[in-house]
Design a protein around this ligand. Structure first.
Ligand SMILES: NC(=O)c1ccc[n+]([C@@H]2O[C@H](COP(=O)([O-])OP(=O)(O)OC[C@H]3O[C@@H](n4cnc5c(N)ncnc54)[C@H](OP(=O)(O)O)[C@@H]3O)[C@@H](O)[C@H]2O)c1
Length: 491
């Protein structure tokens, strides 16, 4: 087959949704349009048509990728009018943390539907900035309702860590995909995330595969330099996190050595390595529409078959690198923020507190928070209390809103939800999880100790507060776990 008739292979992402394994990413549009720059939308839409005609007919974008949804709307409209190539559209909804009523969710999705000019979005991926705000569960339930209505074909998430992806799945939310950073530089997604996804039928969509273009011949042997496009600025932070420019060079050299064995480019080998990861359905490669395209080279990825010698060579180079900290998506939620700006300033003005601290009348130096439960005033307790530098958090269960039990039957999901609630409680009173000096865990079933303890370990691994773990035989309602915490604010 000639280069022009070859197309990227396809895969079934979810029932009724077949995609190209090489997805074309449009975050780059936001960079091309930044600081008031103007991208010619008509030309960009024509470029999208060229991608689609060549079989690169699956596009990834988001509500905040500049005019990407509008350009796509223009391209889709022309395709309908002129009988042009069909396309599959993934977009994302990334709202600021706050109440997620059914109307809020509908309005968020409707904006994308309008900009795209479609009745249904093929894959709507949800991003959430902090799990201390529990409203992500309301948002997911709202998205599930819109899916029932036919406005969304499939629901995905992006940058969810394994614990919260599992929580959603165990809570009964139909999540088809998780879009995460996955590359030869950032291999976190090959760990627990892949194990969970493979066991639960969730597919991974990988981005950052070419580190914004740093994983190419152009940078092999090059001196480090300042970058001015958002994508390279972002992945330069990943390079620092794995050990710096010399470590990147070691990995580039290994990619080149493997590429030489197959007559392939560095980009081909880097992409092939990610595509070979068993939980990965597709790789998203960013495109600078109207500027440059790399389709012919990227198609050659599918000629490469990595053998044991190749893998050993790559593994030796990987051994020179440090692991990116935490789990998938942590780079958006805690330092080191591995974003273009190094913080969230491109995305959010501030993250509002979940609870509001109130002074306790007649008790100077004492503050408390209420969660809004009708029982707190009736029974005479607070969600948490601060006295001087001490914060005491009440026994906390996985209760969402006014009484929904999160993850019935799943102790790990309940523990994760509880730990986020404790973190939000401590934060509202001026502390952080680092200040926690004691936790107590109550279990209904002693046999649940391990998943709950592992969840506790993920939050408190380095902090190591004193802990008590007890089986108490029964907890009120459908709860399998309850936890309380005590912190001393030292900062
Ligand atoms: N969910 C999220 O939080 C998130 C975050 C980031 C990205 N994404 C998605 O992932 C997409 C990918 O973006 P990314 O920022 O991660 O960038 P990327 O795909 O790692 O890199 C894209 C850049 O690589 C270069 N490139 C592509 N093919 C090449 C080849 N064969 N040889 C040499 N260079 C090649 C191009 O650079 P030039 O154009 O300069 O030549 C292109 O702009 C985004 O558009 C977006 O859809 C999602």
């Amino acid at each position: 087959m000639t280069e022009t008739t070859r197309r990227p292979p396809r895969t079934q992402l979810a029932p009724g949704l077949e995609i190209s394994r090489l997805v074309t990413g449009l975050w780059q549009v936001a960079d091309q349009e930044r600081d008031g720059r103007v991208l010619d939308h008509a030309r960009a839409a024509q470029d999208m048509a060229a991608y689609a005609r060549a079989g690169f007919d699956t596009f990834d974008m988001a509500d905040h990728y500049g005019g990407a949804e509008l350009i796509t709307g223009r391209f889709l409209e022309a395709a309908r009018r002129e009988g042009g190539p069909a396309a599959t559209v993934f977009t994302k909804w990334c709202p600021p943390p706050g109440p997620m009523t059914a109307e809020t969710v509908r309005a968020g999705v409707q904006r994308s539907l309008d900009r795209l000019g479609v009745e249904t979005i093929d894959l709507l991926q949800f991003h959430w900035w902090t799990f201390e705000h529990p409203n992500y569960l309301d948002a997911m339930q709202g998205l599930a309702a819109l899916r029932q209505e036919g406005r969304i074909r499939h629901i995905g998430v992006t940058n969810f860590d394994t614990a919260h992806l599992a929580l959603l799945v165990r809570h009964g939310i139909p999540v088809a995909t998780n879009q995460v950073c996955f590359s030869v530089l950032d291999r976190r997604a090959a760990e627990d995330m892949s194990t969970f996804c493979l066991a639960n039928g969730v597919k991974l969509l990988a981005y950052g595969t070419l580190a914004g273009g740093l994983l190419s011949e152009r940078w092999l042997g090059a001196a480090p330099s300042a970058h001015d496009d958002w994508s390279k600025m972002k992945y330069q932070r990943f390079v620092e996190a794995i050990g710096g420019w010399d470590v990147l060079q070691t990995i580039l050299a290994a990619l080149q050595a493997v590429g030489r064995r197959h007559g392939a480019s560095i980009a081909n080998v880097a992409t092939r390595w990610v595509l070979d990861q068993p939980a990965v359905a597709g790789v998203i490669v960013g495109a600078r529409l109207t500027e440059r395209e790399h389709r012919a080279d990227n198609l050659r990825t599918f000629d490469v078959v990595l053998d044991d010698e190749d893998k050993a060579l790559l593994d030796r180079a990987f051994a020179a690198s440090r692991r990116i900290p935490g789990d998938c998506g942590d780079e958006y939620r805690r330092p080191p923020f591995l974003t273009a700006s190094g913080d969230l300033s491109h995305h959010l003005a501030a993250i509002p507190k979940v609870y509001r601290a109130e002074p306790v009348p007649g008790r100077p130096g004492r503050t408390r928070i209420d969660s809004g439960s009708i029982w707190e005033p009736v029974c005479g307790y607070s969600r948490a209390v601060r006295v001087g530098d001490r914060i005491l958090v009440s026994g906390t269960t996985a209760t969402h809103g006014s009484g929904e039990v999160v993850c019935p039957g799943d102790p790990a999901g309940q523990a994760v939800y509880i730990l986020d609630k404790i973190a939000a409680s401590v934060a509202a009173l001026g502390g952080s999880l680092e200040d926690v000096v004691r936790t107590r865990i109550y279990l209904r079933n002693a046999s649940d100790w391990e998943p709950v303890s592992r969840a506790h370990g993920r939050y408190f691994g380095e902090i190591r507060p004193a802990n008590t773990l007890v089986e108490i035989g029964n907890l009120i309602g459908d709860y399998l776990v309850e936890m309380e915490a005590e912190a001393v604010v030292t900062g």
